[in-house]
Design a protein around this ligand. Structure first.
Ligand code: CTP
Length: 401
């Protein structure tokens, strides 16, 4: 139930606006108090009368009512709301919100929000994929707004692709999860590692791998959103963090990652080692750029520390250690061996041979194996959702410890 929650819905001029009356109805059924703002263009897609009837309040378009002269204060609305939801949000409004172009009541209300803001983009696929739109979404997310990802599917243009507004039932679920968010990791300190490590060959070259860091970053965000205090030790990646409870330490080499982990291992409750740590480093990195020569070049590599295995030796009772296993053959056998050898409670098994899973993609398909012999086989899902499944398994483990 959303009893007594104050929700402002801002509707902009996109075809998905026709779905908002249904969303308002769902929210009212949950006993939320809903106020609706529309941009002038939104009226072309859905009638204010429908929304006023369902929300049981006049719809707001302008700072003041031309007929009665009543003043609609965007500041008051900003203070009243427990949540502002902008759905559907067109490319035009996204741009205005990202850059503070307050030329309508909806954007002034957004700029006056004192509460969390959710934004559900909706547009045709080419507009959605344009760098301008992607940049604006990134800017809005960096301000702490919650982006409700657009879905891939049939679009009003007849084309099919990304840009479809999330369905009202799912938006309701996101809102309910938000208000009654599970905070099971409150009071827990979680160390997450992410990304590759780069081992220097000479000043311009390195030994590395294709890890994007997305799995580790998704785990860090998920752990923080469930109340955990997160330390994210990451190798070189182009990602950013959003949740204020994440402290980030950037490293380059396996040795630096090892040191950063060792510095904090004593104070943490949960270790999630999602980084793709290089197994070898140059024995003697060249001080100057290696020059091209006609003969073959042999690089002498020496093993890096196995961070997880070393940390496992210092593991305290009550600590929960989670590792990843990236395998191309004998998956279960190899993963179970790592689970045991590295003193882990859980191991997350990835297969590089699985389509849509592994490095450089936004989805993953994993199998989670526990020390007690349990095995959970996941489906192919966005890495964000895989992160949520992994955190669920960690919670199940620590609750039985
Ligand atoms: N790992 C680590 N330090 C290393 C190498 C790996 O801490 N030097 C961690 C990874 O972060 C992962 C787990 O160990 O959580 C397993 O990594 P993976 O690359 O699958 O296995 P390796 O132990 O490196 O063994 P192999 O490459 O032979 O499969």
């Amino acid at each position: 139930m959303l009893k007594g929650k104050h929700i402002v819905i801002g509707i902009t001029g996109g075809i998905a606006a026709y779905k908002i009356p249904y969303l308002v109805r769902l929210l009212v059924r949950e006993e939320a108090l809903v106020r609706v703002i529309m941009t002038p263009a939104a009226k072309d897609f859905v009638t204010p009368l429908t929304l006023a009837t369902l929300s049981q309040h006049d719809v707001i378009f302008h700072p003041f009512n031309h007929e009665t002269g009543a003043w609609n204060s965007h500041v008051e609305l900003g203070q009243w709301a427990d949540l502002m939801l902008f759905a559907p949000t067109t490319a035009n409004t996204l741009g205005k919100m990202a850059h503070g172009v307050a030329d309508n009541f909806l954007v002034t209300a957004y700029l006056s929000a004192k509460c969390p803001v959710m934004i559900a983009p909706s547009m045709d696929l080419d507009m959605f994929q344009h760098p301008t739109t992607l940049k604006n979404l990134e800017i809005l997310q960096s301000f702490g707004n919650i982006i409700i990802d657009a879905q891939v599917g049939e679009l009003a243009s007849g084309l099919s692709g990304p840009g479809r507004m999330e369905e009202p039932e799912n938006i309701l679920k996101i809102i309910k999860d938000f208000f009654f968010q599970r905070q099971e990791l409150t009071g827990k300190r979680i160390l997450v590692t992410a990304g590759p490590t780069y081992e220097k060959i000479d000043p311009v070259r390195f030994v590395g791998n294709h890890s994007s860091g997305l799995m580790g970053f998704s785990l860090a965000e998920e752990a923080a959103s469930r109340g955990g205090e997160v330390l994210l030790v990451t190798g070189p990646v182009t990602l950013q963090t959003y949740h204020p409870a994440i402290r980030r330490v950037d490293v380059t080499t396996a040795a630096e990652m090892f040191k950063a982990c060792q510095d904090h291992i004593g104070e943490i409750n949960i270790l999630i080692m999602a980084a793709a740590v290089a197994d070898y480093t140059m024995q003697y990195p060249a001080a100057e750029k290696l020059k091209k020569r006609p003969e073959k070049l042999t690089l002498t590599l020496s093993p890096t520390p196995d961070i997880l295995k070393e940390l496992g030796k210092q593991k305290r009772p009550g600590q929960c250690f989670v590792g990843f296993a990236l395998e191309t053959e004998n998956y279960l056998k190899n993963a179970r061996k790592k689970l045991k050898d590295k003193s882990l409670d859980l191991i997350v098994l990835n297969s590089l041979k699985e389509k849509g899973a592994g490095f450089g993609v936004t989805t993953n398909k994993v199998t989670i194996l526990s020390r007690s012999g349990q095995m959970i086989k996941g489906k192919l899902k966005p890495k964000k959702e895989v992160a949520s499944d992994i955190i669920d398994s960690i919670l199940a483990t620590i609750n039985t410890k």
